[in-house]
Design a protein around this ligand. Structure first.
Ligand SMILES: Cc1cc2nc3c(=O)[nH]c(=O)nc-3n(C[C@H](O)[C@H](O)[C@H](O)COP(=O)(O)OP(=O)(O)OC[C@H]3O[C@@H](n4cnc5c(N)ncnc54)[C@H](O)[C@@H]3O)c2cc1C
Length: 415
């Protein structure tokens, strides 16, 4: 059986890996060269702790305040666009306490399964992606955040996740090489992290050595349907026959789904990262700097990566150096010894998170196209859920029971 996977980010490559291992003949097609997409420059967190979706109470008021500050971590580029307005209305409607409560178990379960997949992968010959299971800190500065931290710990504990409160001195003792300016922290012992660039390279290398065909620089332009199945995938260069198709085109998935008349509300959420390859500054543990929404990850030996911002924008809009400045200002505030010069914008990595309006991914089989699986919309947790998504895509195509319940991630839930 032949599967065509459209999109070679972490979701497409993980799907290719598990499909190939279960006996499928697999081709992955990407409009780019497989060497840079959102799955490379991210913070590398594999994080069951992220059980609260982006669409949550409070985010609207906070977001409106941030909109006025060009260095803030959140921004929606105002423009006359029906997809954006539609997405925005659905986002507002989803940002409820009920939605957060309903999403917690599906997100936790999905992340735990995916974390287990990464652990297996890390022990598979040929894979080396600096996987470490040592937890993740959330550092905060304010009293308001302290109160919120205790609520988070209570919720995490009720979900069976290992999370504890630590005061500033306790955290400082674990980070003796770096002066911290924090009030306290939540330590999510349940989380892990990895070096995404190495993960992507390991996957590509395994796929190439195991007979998966990778087709770079080909854009999907159409699908040919026969009854309720996709029979052909048409690209800018070739036409491919397929028994099954996986749409894993990240932030471009709304347009790709439109080719088969499927409505997939989705917006690109641009984020930036800066990586010090041989960092003079040392941190032992990854940390989120809560008030500035910045992720700091020591990875793969001497590297440290700083990432952040969520700019709901259209892809051609040029990257904004003010957002990078905002990230570095936050770093300096929490880690006062970290003096990182503002780089030239051309040296800053950025990528587009595929954001669904309710903050949950779309993973499942299309109702009216029986051989098409959609796997996208993972927003801020696409790396975390990446390996798991590859496994679920394979289980769906093999018509097996999936290793986690995918009901909350139903693809056509907004139709
Ligand atoms: C700063 C930052 C930090 C992040 N940190 C984390 C983190 O710590 N943990 C975490 O879990 N997630 C994190 N994320 C999110 C994570 O990176 C994304 O959710 C994930 O990479 C999305 O993967 P993807 O495969 O869906 O999309 P992508 O990696 O964008 O891949 C999609 C691919 O589809 C291809 N494509 C699109 N359209 C077509 C077409 N028509 N024809 C052919 N090919 C096409 C594109 O070229 C692209 O290669 C972060 C993101 C950012 C920006």
């Amino acid at each position: 059986m032949k599967a065509i996977i459209v999109g070679g980010g972490i979701i497409g490559l993980s799907s290719a890996y598990y499909l190939k291992r279960s006996g499928w003949e697999v081709t992955v097609i990407d409009q780019s060269d497989f060497l840079n997409n959102c799955s490379y420059g991210n913070a590398g967190y594999v994080c069951p702790s992220h059980f609260v979706p982006l669409a949550s109470p409070g985010i609207i008021q906070q977001g409106l305040r941030w909109m006025l500050n060009k260095k803030s971590p959140f921004y929606i580029q105002p423009r006359l666009s029906w997809p954006l307005m539609d997405w925005g209305l659905k986002f507002v409607k989803s940002a409820t306490a009920k939605h957060v409560a309903d999403s917690a178990i599906p997100l936790r379960d999905a992340a735990l399964v995916s974390q287990h997949c990464y652990e297996e992968l890390a022990n598979t010959p040929g894979f080396d992606f600096a996987y470490e299971r040592k937890g993740l800190f959330e550092y905060f500065l304010t009293n308001e955040a302290t109160a919120h931290a205790h609520e988070t710990i209570e919720k995490a504990t009720s979900l069976g996740l290992d999370a504890v409160y630590m005061n500033a001195e306790e955290v400082q003792a674990l980070e003796p090489q770096t002066k911290l300016n924090i009030k306290g922290a939540v330590y999510f012992k349940c989380d892990s992290h990895l070096y995404p660039n190495k993960l992507m390279r390991s996957l590509i290398s395994w796929l190439q050595h195991n007979g998966v065909t990778l087709k770079p620089n080909e854009t999907i332009t159409a699908f040919e349907k026969n009854n309720n199945r996709i029979s052909k995938v048409i690209t800018s260069k070739h036409t491919y026959e397929a028994d099954a198709v996986v749409i894993a085109t990240g932030s471009w998935s709304r347009e790709v789904a439109q080719l088969i008349n499927v409505k997939l509300p989705l917006m690109p959420g641009r984020g930036y990262s800066i990586t010090l390859e041989n960092s003079p500054y040392k941190l032992n543990y990854p940390a989120i700097l809560v008030e500035g929404r910045v992720a700091v990850t020591p990875m793969d030996g001497n590297k440290i990566r700083f990432g952040g911002t969520m700019e709901i924008t259209n892809i051609p809009r040029p990257p904004q150096i003010s957002r990078v400045e905002g990230i570095l200002n936050t770093v300096k505030q929490f880690l006062p010894e970290f003096t990182i010069p503002l780089p030239d914008i051309k040296d800053v990595w950025y990528g587009y998170r595929p954001c669904s309006p309710d903050g949950l991914p779309y993973i499942g089989r299309l109702k009216n196209i029986s051989n098409c699986i959609v796997a996208t919309g993972h927003a801020m947790i696409g790396l975390s859920l990446g390996a798991g998504t590859g496994q679920w895509v394979t289980q769906l195509l093999n018509e097996e029971k999936t290793s986690t319940d995918l009901a909350a991630f139903e693809v056509e839930r907004f139709s």
